[in-house]
Structure formats: C-alpha cells, structure tokens
Design a protein around this ligand. Structure first.
Ligand SMILES: [Zn+2]
Length: 431
C-alpha cells in the first residue's frame, strides 16, 4: 500500500549555487508557508502550502510543523568514522597527529564487534546532527567496512564508504599489501556496492602510505567496476606535500601522483586540496574531480585556508566535510561557520546562503548524487531535516529579531548546533 504524507512548514532548498547568480533569487526556492508531499519515500511536490494541499491523494497524513523549517539533509563529503574517539586531540599537526592519535585508535577496528558498536554510535550521531549522507573512511580492516555498511543498510541510509588501502609508512599492525588490498576491496565491492542505497569508495589513505604498485591496484579497481568512488586526501599540509615529492620524485606535483595512477575523474573526491599550484587546479578541473572542503579540520590542525573561489573558477564540484577526527565535531552547521570564517580570513566572504548550498546541493553535486538527494526536486529521495530556529533561549532571542531569510540562516549557521535539528527524516520516515 502506498504511503503519502504532507509536511507543512517553511521550506528552503537550492536549485543552483547562489554564488553564481549573485543579486538574483533564482538559485533557491523559499516558501515561508510551504509544504512537501512525500509519497513512498520520494518527494512528489514542493511549493507554497496552498498549492501542495490541492487534490492531495486520498489518505494523505498531514504533519503541521508551522514555525519550523524544512531543508534537505546535510551531506558530509569527508569523514572518518573510526576517528570519533580521537576527537579534539590537541597539540600537533597532521603527520604527528596521525602517529600519535589516529593509528592506535584505528587498530581496534580489526574487531568487528567493536567496529559495529562504533558504527552504530557514529550513525546515531550523524542523524542527530542532521547528516543524512556521508562519504566515509573505514580502516585498513575490511571488517570495519562490513560493520559500517551493515548498520547503514539496516537504517536505509544513502552512504558511501571504503576500506583504507595502506601498505607503507604506518605501523605494521595497520598495513596491507597491494594484492591483499585489491582482493579485500573487491570482496567488499561485491558484497556492498549498489546494495540498497550504499556505494563503495576505493580508499587509499593518501599518497605517502601507498606504494606506486598499490595506487595502480586502486586504479584497476576503478576500471573494473562501474559507479565506484575514489576517496582520498590531497595537499593538506606543507610537510606532507614535501614528503610526497620525496616519495614520488618523478611526479610533477601531488595531483600528478594520483593522475599517473588513473585516480582522477568524476566520482573522485579529494579531501582538503588546500595547497595547489596552477597546474594542479587546472588538472583537477579538467578531470572532473571533486573536492571535500574541510574548514574545521584545516583550522584545528593548522593546515591552511582553502581557496573556494579558485575551485569555483575551475568548475570543481565542492562539498563540505567535517573530517572527524581532524575536524572536531560532526555538525555541518558548525562546518558552515568554519567555512565562513576561512572565507573571512581570505577576504572572500561567503554568504549564509552559499554555506547552506555547500552543505546540501553542493555536497550532492560533489558526490554526483544530485539526481537523488540534496534538493526537493520532484522524484528525489525524501531525506530532509526539520529545523527549530528557537531551539534554545539564546537562539529564540536572536532569531526572533531577524528580518530576512539570509540573516536567519546566518544566525543558525553561526549560533546553531545539533539542538537546532529537531527531526531527521530518511526516505520519508523519522529516523
Ligand atoms: Zn580525513
């Protein structure tokens, strides 16, 4: 039997990047008294409530949430679920941070029971923070990815994940080999890729921890299966970049290392990309690769200030990533605030509308999922959020005084956190 529910509230979603259409309101739709009709988990109508309510299908359930906001679910384009327990590890930059905090924590995920417990907690926290889709690192242990996908599948979430490939420059207990990483990844692809709403990402950690032979294996996996993602790190920290040049002396630059191994292209997502030369930017753009902009992590680890305008100039699809545990929380509202602060330091200030675009449709485009999620386009999957702009006394005090949509979004982005997320809806169902 078909299920039909209409949600009435203020409704906001994006059709385009507001940065491309400054001064125009064509990039988004906002219905102050709006409504969404969801039938069998899909969006079938979005508009002013008087229009959406006309000729509703018989038996439609009505949910009146006047005073609340409906927006598409947040998309986290780069996060490590096994790093939840090293959140807020202070005192070091990237390479020491990996050795001191991250690698010891990732060792525990060889135990599938442990991995399963953390995956459950991670997904609970994603949902309570309003994240409905994420591109997720596992660890080198394939069971870490089995555990994650198992939990995501049970909840019917649209998630992308993969096993870390890492055959050098890390503790022995975390190393695989080119052959074992190929075979383990292939088995995971066969078990999980395109199962329900899940997709697989080939996941070499970053160039320093993979031999050339292993990066070739990653390229081979991409060629052998349709629709896979490539997910890795790129040009996060100056010492890391120098190290890559030492390890791959024949490469022109960091991007070229991945390029030589066939790893660039649409559905390839590179986290950070903070320090890129002109040729790297061009190659990222011409190859159709995507970037996960992780401002919270870049600030916390002192990595640098990402150049969002440059990415836009080269037409590179860019989403936001929390990069937990380099980032300090799973909150995309907070990540928008960090992105805003990075843009301020660069004197290239982004608007709150642009920040909300990045966290929703921008992320969907970076993951090539905008035909399924990221907006309230007819036919999209009904993953969305109910936001309460008066979730705390301070927020109520401040949001009541806002006069425009943009001002309200600014307050939510700067002052809001997971308390603003009143409900998270997955395929039309409350999670
Ligand atoms: Zn990362």
């Amino acid at each position: 039997m078909s299920q039909s529910v209409v949600w009435r509230a203020s409704v906001l979603h994006f059709l385009e990047d507001p940065a491309k259409q400054q001064g125009s309101e064509d990039a988004w739709e906002f219905f102050e008294d709006g409504a969404l009709l969801v039938e069998d988990g899909l969006i079938t109508r979005c508009g002013p409530s008087d229009q959406v309510f006309k000729n509703l299908p018989a038996g439609t359930e009505i949910k009146d949430l006047t005073g609340r906001f409906l927006i598409p679910g947040f998309i986290d384009t780069h996060v490590h679920y096994p790093q939840l327990e090293v959140l807020a590890g202070c005192g070091v930059q990237l390479l020491d941070w990996l050795n001191q905090y991250t690698f010891p924590a990732e060792q525990k995920f060889a135990d599938e029971q442990y991995a399963s417990e953390i995956a459950q907690f991670f997904l609970d926290q994603c949902l309570s923070h309003g994240t409905t889709t994420a591109l997720v690192f596992g660890t080198v242990a394939p069971q870490s990815v089995d555990a994650f996908f198992q939990q995501a599948h049970q909840r019917n979430l649209r998630m992308i994940a993969g096993k870390v490939m890492m055959d050098r420059n890390a503790p022995d207990y975390l190393l695989d080999t080119p052959q074992s990483s190929y075979e383990d990844s292939k088995a995971l692809i066969n078990r999980w890729h395109n199962k329900g709403r899940l997709s697989y990402a080939v996941t070499p950690r970053f160039a320093p921890t993979s031999s050339s032979e292993q990066l070739h294996m990653a390229g081979r996996l991409l060629r052998e299966h349709d629709g896979l993602y490539l997910h890795t790190h790129l040009s996060e920290n100056p010492k890391e970049i120098d190290w890559v040049q030492e390890l791959f002396p024949d490469s022109k630059h960091y991007v070229d290392v991945y390029d030589q191994h066939g790893l660039l292209g649409p559905r390839s997502v590179f986290a950070h990309s903070v320090h890129l030369c002109d040729h790297s930017w061009q190659r990222m753009g011409s190859s159709g690769s995507s970037i996960a902009f992780c401002p919270g992590s870049n600030l916390f680890l002192g990595s640098g200030l990402f150049n969002l305008n440059r990415a836009k100039a080269h037409g590179i699809p860019t989403g936001l990533g929390t990069d937990v545990g380099g980032g300090t929380n799973l909150c995309l509202l907070n990540t928008m605030k960090d992105a805003y602060q990075v843009s301020q330091l660069r004197e290239e200030t982004i608007s709150p509308l642009q920040a909300f675009y990045l966290a929703t449709l921008g992320g969907a485009r970076a993951l090539h999922l905008d035909d399924k999620i990221g907006s309230f386009r007819t036919g999209n999957e009904a993953d969305f959020l109910v936001l309460n702009p008066a979730a705390t006394p301070m927020l109520q005090f401040r949001t009541e005084k806002t006069k425009t949509l943009e001002e309200l979004l600014g307050v939510l982005m700067v002052m809001g956190d997971d308390r603003v997320i009143e409900k998270t809806i997955i395929m039309g169902q409350e999670a």
